[in-house]
Design a protein around this ligand. Sequence first.
Ligand SMILES: N[C@@H](CCC(=O)N[C@@H](CS)C(=O)NCC(=O)O)C(=O)O
Length: 199
Amino acid sequence: MKLYYAPHTCSLSPLIVLNELGLPHELIKVDNQTKRTADGRDFRAINPKGYVAALELDNGEVLTEGPAIIQYLADLKPEAKLAPPPGSWPRVRLQEMLNFITSEIHAGIAPLFNPELPDAARTIFRERLLRRMAVLEQALSQRNHLTGNAFTVADAYLYTILGWFKFFAIELSQWPAVAAYEKRIAARPSVQAAMQAHI
Ligand SMILES: N[C@@H](CCC(=O)N[C@@H](CS)C(=O)NCC(=O)O)C(=O)O
């Protein structure tokens, strides 16, 4: 499998999952400005959406969308329990959480990266994000991980997005349970290895 990635982006999440599962993979860096891969190809020819992450399978299929990629990977090794069995109620709860992260937290913080965002809009996005973070603070006050007391793909994803808050001087310490959780996830060997490779 090949993972197309760019530093400081959401492609860290599938890399953490690949490491957790011990699945062999090749990393291919993408320049998100020029849309060229490090090996000189047009990334849009690989993923017409033009964004990372993209996972190229050994049969040539290319899978995009972070939540789909990490669930696909988890299901390759169900015994690792990074996602509950497809069709089960706990899996539905995991999907609920993945959708919350992708649409409310990931898509919630993404506009702040735009330097042309007017201040008034920036304030609106920021305050909306802070409200959504309160939901996670409550969840993580009751359990060690997002969907229970065991690490799942949802934790790889949220950890990845939490790493962007510092770019906007949003202190995680205002959510004590989230801040403690972020430190716990950061200590995982899979995460440390991913941080070193995702550069
Ligand atoms: N819906 C996609 C969004 C992916 C995404 O936002 N990728 C960003 C990095 S986190 C990117 O590569 N942006 C570059 C671009 O849009 O040109 C997913 O969840 O995987």
